[in-house]
Design a protein around this ligand. Structure first.
Ligand code: GLU
Length: 852
């Protein structure tokens, strides 16, 4: 016990001395060298500020003081750069920071490597291997490239154009170029000219109707490129720009804030941390000193600040395990700095938070696990809308919700004047009838015009109605791949919305976006109303067909003859033998049989009746037959005489297809024509073949022209038209009607350019108008009330009341038959008289001869 106390005391003293010795091992002054080019924005300032911050903050390197040794070198003079590095090493520096230029950095790097002095860089460097004494805080381009791929995938861009400035840009976008390609969605790559005039290039992109652009150029050119894009009209609501520069937040984009263009980029620096740190910095801009803020700090500046902190932290950590001395090193000598590699290794394992979020390196010395802010231009300037995490497979995470986005879009709409493209088509858009000269939107009225007004009222935008110049709805020319009509107006961004009787079709939906339908309809046939047939004099014959009349006559004769034969045959029809030797005569002579049959047929009967079972059977069956026939005739006669006979040659589209006498056509370039063209149903294919081959052409350039053709054609032309338009026409023109039902069902929608931000908002308004019954009110107003609506309803009721009366024309034939019968009876009477007189005369002469 007596020996153990001094031993223990000695051990503790030894450990304590050791710790004190190590903690105090760093020199009081630690020099670090910074190499800067005159053009480096605020790099030097950041370097100095970092040194000051570390010296003030006693948590890192508490007993030492950092001293910044600054050397300003030309970006192209590597010889001078090497000399300055050597002079820095000569005065004994612990690390070299910078320079930025690739020309000089290589030389500095190789000297540092040889001398084993840590070299900290913060510049963009695409090389896949890093030297042993180098730590570069700038994320590797390959990793950054993944961020661009992820955002493009998240947005679902199918096509886009890359605008790049130099080869570095292609390296930056390598992953993006790999992700898309000839097999999947092809992309266009174009290089900015170095003349400073980018308009020709931008015009070409505009003509290709590309709306998605990835812009890779130096930060100081971003404004100019966007400005020139704005001049040629490429800064609309439908254009989206992804800027690859990490310094988008430093560009003044105020001019584009309200344009609605989607300008997105990534930011390496952490806005909140930067704001706190740089507030004290003052930036000298051409002699004027102004306070620094987030918009003046570039990623590389922040990285310089972080690099000094990283170095200090690693040195602080190394200090706890090694005794460090910093000596001057000569470039010409053999000596190297023995702690250089250890310090570099410590830097690679340090994990700290800086101005550029988490700073961490992988074993190769590349930054890893870092986070980029996704930023875009809003009405308040550049703001954060999400983050990208380099460790995740799709690291994009948008922090803005869909409804926030929508609210912003709707707020944006309030300051806008949208161009509405439409077409003159009754009753959707018609010229107002007015004695005064009207201008602007006042010139037009109709369902679509009212609908635009309702939507604009709900969303608060102003609008300008423009008629489509080529008077077409929109069809794709398969040979040239070009659209015409309203669809073209939208694709070329000359209009923001197309509001008309524009049918939603698959082909159009692929080119533009449609809202949900505001009206449902189908293709049908417009044709002349069936004309009333003049009443037929012998219409009493109509209830039975000619065949039945003939069969009836035959049956009548057959029954009469059979009755005559059976009456002869059966003994019971002969009168009882009286025994007086008189000549016995049966009543059923052929004439009587015929009289009996006709009497039964006419429901009158006659004065003699059959007595035998067989003849009674014949009579019974005949009566049954006449009962049914007469009842059927009477029932049918009533219907025939009261219902007007209409002459309608076609009852449906199938009837049209079956014949060639009546021509039929549709609107040229419209969805109805497209329906027949694309149909796989044989009837409609046949109809399309007929329409295409018909000469002169059966197609019309407007619905109005088609309707005129039906009226003038007087039954020789039918127009295939949409049911809603047919309804409008038949409400006003009582000679026309819809033949058959609808051949399909579809809807009219409001079209917008592809990816229009306004579609969701407009969709919402349409739903609301539908639920409130506004759309129904508008339909009633323009179909049934305005411009002569409802004029055919009166006529329909008149004609039904008149249908019950029978005129002389309907029953005249019966009178004719009666008169004819009377005439024939008179003729027969004369014949009978002549016959009888002749017979009497002959008999009298014969008896006179016998008497004589
Ligand atoms: N609504 C049709 C269209 O959008 C035009 C009329 C028609 O084809 O019948 O093309």
């Amino acid at each position: 016990m007596g020996n153990s106390t001094p031993l223990c005391f000695k051990l503790i003293l030894f450990i304590l001395c050791d710790v004190i010795f190590f903690v105090n091992s760093l020199p009081d002054v630690i020099k670090i060298g910074g190499l800067f080019h005159p053009s480096d924005d605020n790099q030097e300032l950041a370097f100095k500020q970092a040194v000051e911050h570390i010296n003030a903050d006693r948590l890192i390197l508490p007993r030492s003081k950092l001293v910044a040794q600054i050397e300003r070198i030309s970006p192209f003079d590597s010889f001078h750069a090497s000399k300055r590095v050597c002079s820095l090493l000569n005065i004994g520096v612990a690390a070299i920071f910078g320079p930025q230029s690739a020309h000089t950095a290589g030389h500095v790097q190789s000297i540092c490597d040889t001398m084993e002095v840590p070299h900290l860089e913060n510049r963009w460097d695409y090389r896949l291997r890093r030297e042993s004494c180098l730590v570069n805080l700038y994320p590797h381009p390959n990793t950054l490239s993944k961020a661009y791929v992820d955002i493009v995938k998240t947005w679902g861009w199918k096509t886009f154009t890359i605008i790049y400035e130099n080869n570095d840009g292609l390296v930056r976008l390598q992953e993006l170029l790999k992700a898309h390609g000839p097999s999947s969605f092809p992309i266009t790559v174009r290089q900015l000219s170095d003349t400073g005039d980018y308009r020709p290039l931008l015009k070409q992109i505009k003509n290709s109707a590309e709306a998605h652009i990835v812009l890779d150029c130096s930060t100081d050119k971003i404004y100019e490129v966007l400005k020139q894009a704005q001049q040629i009209g490429m800064m609309s609501d439908y254009h989206s720009y992804l800027v690859t520069s990490l310094d988008l937040h430093t560009v003044n984009l105020d001019e584009f804030k309200y344009g609605g263009t989607n300008i997105t980029g990534f930011r390496l620096i952490n806005e909140k941390v930067v704001e706190d740190v740089v507030r004290q910095w003052s930036i000298d801009e051409k002699g004027i000193t102004k306070p620094a803020n987030i918009t003046t700090i570039k990623a590389e500046t922040a990285l310089m600040y972080d690099a000094v902190h990283l170095f200090s932290k690693a040195l602080h950590d190394l200090d706890t395990s090694q005794q460090i001395d910093i000596q001057p090193i000569s470039c010409d000598g053999q000596n190297t700095w023995q702690h250089g590699f250890s310090l570099i290794n410590y830097m690679k394992i340090v994990e700290m938070k800086g101005l550029t979020n988490v700073i961490k390196f992988d074993h190769q010395g590349f930054r890893t696990d870092f986070i980029l802010d996704v930023v875009d231009l809003g009405s308040t300037g550049i703001r954060k809308i999400g983050t990208w995490n380099s460790t995740l497979s799709n690291g994009i995470n948008f922090t803005r919700t869909f409804s926030e986005q929508q609210m912003e879009i709707e707020a944006n709409l309030k300051n806008k004047t949208l161009v509405i493209t439409t077409i003159l088509s009754d009753p959707y858009c018609m010229r107002k009838e007015s004695a005064a000269t009207l201008t602007g939107n006042d010139q037009f009225e109709g369902y679509a015009v009212d609908l635009v007004y309702e939507i604009s009222k709900a969303l608060g935008f102003s609008y300008k109605i423009q008629l489509v110049p080529d008077h077409a709805y929109g069809s794709l020319n398969k040979k040239t791949g070009e659209w015409n009509g309203m669809i073209r107006e939208l694709l070329e961004q000359r209009a923001d919305l197309a509001i008309a009787d524009l049918t939603i079709t698959f082909e159009r939906e692929n080119a533009v976006d449609f809202t949900m339908p505001f009206m449902n309809l189908g293709v049908s046939v417009l044709y002349r109303k069936p004309v009333k047939q003049p009443p037929n004099l012998f219409s009493f014959l109509s209830p039975l067909s000619l065949d039945v009349w003939i069969y009836m006559a035959t049956a009548y004769l057959g029954v009469s003859v059979l009755l005559f034969i059976l009456a002869r045959f059966t003994p019971y029809e002969w009168p009882a033998y009286t025994g007086h030797g008189e000549k016995e005569e049966s009543q059923f002579t052929l004439m009587n049989c015929m009289w009996f049959a006709i009497g039964s047929l006419m429901q009158q009967g006659c004065d003699f009746l059959p007595k035998a079972l067989s003849t009674r059977m014949v009579a019974g069956m005949w009566w049954f037959f006449t009962l049914i026939m007469i009842s059927s005739y009477t029932a049918n006669l009533a219907a025939f005489l009261t219902v007007e006979r209409m002459d309608s040659p076609i009852e449906s589209a199938e009837d049209l297809a079956k014949q060639t006498r009546i021509k039929y056509g549709a609107l040229k370039g419209g969805s109805t024509a497209a329906f027949f063209r694309e149909s796989k149903i044989s009837t409609y294919q046949r109809m399309w073949g007929f329409m295409e081959s018909a000469r002169p052409s059966v197609f019309s350039s407007s619905n109005g022209e088609g309707v005129d053709r039906v009226i003038k054609g007087k039954g020789s032309y039918a127009f295939l038209m949409e049911s809603t338009s047919i309804e409008y026409v038949t409400e006003r023109n009582c000679d026309l009607t819809q033949v058959g039902g609808m051949l399909d069902t579809k809807g009219y929608g409001i079209a917008t350019p592809p990816n229009s931000p306004y579609r969701t908002a407009v969709n919402g308004v349409i739903l609301k108008l539908q639920e409130e019954g506004k759309l129904h009110i508008l339909k009633t107003k323009w179909w049934k009330e305005k411009r002569g609506g409802g004029s055919c309803r009166v006529e329909t009721s008149k004609s039904t009341s008149a249908a019950n009366e029978l005129g002389l024309a309907n029953v005249g034939g019966v009178f004719v038959v009666l008169m004819g019968g009377m005439g024939v009876a008179c003729v027969i009477a004369v014949c009978e008289f002549v016959w009888k007189s002749r017979k009497v005369a002959v008999e009298e002469r014969l008896s006179a001869i016998l008497h004589e």
